[in-house]
Design a protein around this ligand. Structure first.
Ligand SMILES: Cc1ncc(COP(=O)(O)O)c(C=O)c1O
Ligand SMILES: Nc1ccccc1C(=O)C[C@H](N)C(=O)O
Length: 424
């Protein structure tokens, strides 16, 4: 039987197989960090791999490209090998490069080939807006108006998407589909396998934004036959602010010329021939453009090592327990305060965070911060709380709900304006 006591939370922590990892992260004393789905915390291993990289620069100068622990010329490829298991791909299909948005631009530029009647890109109205901006601007390069070339699947409840609605929108005028793996607000996991099968039955290519799913839930992109994917590494993968992102290209599509070419997409053996004609790499490396941002990728060596060691299955298992426990406490303790849990409940449909809806959400988040609990607010009325498997405890979850209860009971949130800050 679950209990609402602190002792029960402590007991859950004692039985947590991952509890040794918390000590590897920099946590501010007295602060409960519930925002690892926006920016993951720094670990000592990530810090060390960044320092090691700086050391190579100190010691080797230009020769750091070929010398040191992780020679920079092969940096992206070495990281891709570590990251590939997290998306269920082979190392040739993954490249650590760019940012989420630039990677989507690259994928559309490379694989969206409108032909005849098939000219539309299908997306959804709940996706992170940057994706929609990128799609719109890529369509504009063809002279297409988004109003008639971008199809957006609508949500029935404002928070989640129904796979049946998405499948129904897969009509024969759609060339490419771009969807999130996990929705950034409600944390809903889309059934990527079922959507991929449906897309392929209709002859449509499908691409997923894994920003909120990578490092949080398992992926089997190869097994599901997904065509392309892209993501950032600064959320659940703790790569640091602006950390280099990732691209997945299914092996069936490798060998096609990059839409946005640059010399770092070259075959490594040929790159320094400096020929006027590019020879693209045979693998996903071809979708790189310019010189990799070495210092923004360096923390990933330390961070990904922790994922290799802990294993995504154990991480997902604990994440589910944390969010389950959080929802239980919210229902038991906050039932008088008009919160709605707007994330899906089922394990197959629930990502790594809890999404609470409340009319006063903006100022409740400000009050939480004042009490040293870090959530994020998503306009107009959402609070995201992400208890992260590698560094949050069940006691953190218990304390978060108790603090939230106190804020609601005392009404201390009323001292703030119900309006978001510049960065919410
Ligand atoms: C789902 C999703 N897509 C795209 C982005 C944009 O990523 P970036 O700023 O790294 O391009 C974000 C977050 O910023 C996101 O959560
Ligand atoms: N890149 C950022 C820079 C500043 C502040 C937030 C972000 C985020 O990543 C937000 C995230 N995409 C979200 O799911 O809302």
């Amino acid at each position: 039987m679950r209990e609402t006591t602190l002792e029960y939370a402590k007991k859950l922590d004692e039985n947590d197989a991952l509890n040794s990892y918390r000590g590897e992260f920099y946590m501010q004393p007295g602060t409960i960090y519930m925002d690892g789905n926006s920016l993951g915390l720094l670990s000592k291993r990530a810090e060390q791999s960044l320092l090691t990289t700086l050391d190579s620069w100190k010691k080797y100068g230009i020769d750091g490209w070929t010398q040191g622990e992780h020679p920079w010329f092969y940096f992206s490829e070495a990281l891709s090998k570590m990251c590939a298991p997290l998306v269920g791909a082979s190392e040739e299909e993954v490249i650590i490069t760019g940012s989420t948005t630039t990677n989507l631009h690259q994928l559309i530029a490379s694989f969206y080939h409108p032909k005849g009647k098939r000219t539309k890109i299908l997306a959804d109205e709940l996706n992170f807006p940057s994706d929609l901006y990128a799609i719109r601007s890529q369509l504009a390069l063809y002279g297409y108006e988004a109003t008639d070339h971008m199809k957006l699947v609508e949500s029935r409840d404002g928070h989640t998407l129904d796979e049946a609605d998405i499948i129904q929108a897969m009509t024969d005028d759609v060339a490419l589909i771009v969807l999130p793996g996990v929705l950034y607000r409600s944390g809903q996991i889309l059934n990527m396998k079922v959507l991929t099968e449906a897309a392929h039955e209709k002859g449509i290519l499908i691409c997923f934004d894994l920003c909120h799913s990578i490092g949080s839930v398992q992926h089997e992109l190869d097994e599901w036959g997904v065509d392309f994917a892209f993501w950032c590494n600064y959320k659940h993968l703790n790569g640091g602010p602006g950390s280099t992102g990732g691209i997945y290209v299914n092996h069936q599509h490798l060998g096609q010329n990059p839409g946005l070419a640059g010399w770092f997409g070259s075959d490594k053996e040929k790159q320094f021939d400096l020929a006027a004609q590019m020879t693209p790499a045979p693998d996903a490396g071809a979708y790189q453009i310019g010189t990799p941002n070495i210092l923004s990728a360096a923390p990933l060596f330390g961070s990904l090592e922790m994922f290799e060691e802990a294993g995504i299955d154990a991480i997902r298992d604990k994440s589910l327990k944390l969010t389950d426990y959080m929802m239980y406490l919210i229902e038991e303790e906050l039932c008088d305060y008009s919160f709605t849990i707007a994330n899906p409940r089922e394990e197959e449909r629930r990502g790594g965070h809890v999404f609470l809806v409340h009319e006063e959400a903006a100022r409740i988040c400000k009050a939480l911060k004042e009490h040293h609990v870090i959530p994020d607010f998503r306009s107009p009325n959402g609070i995201r709380l992400a208890p992260v498997a590698l560094y949050n405890t069940f006691e953190d979850v218990w304390n978060t709900v108790q603090i939230l209860k106190e804020i609601m009971k005392e009404g201390t949130y009323k001292r703030f304006e119900n309006k978001r800050d510049v960065i919410a």
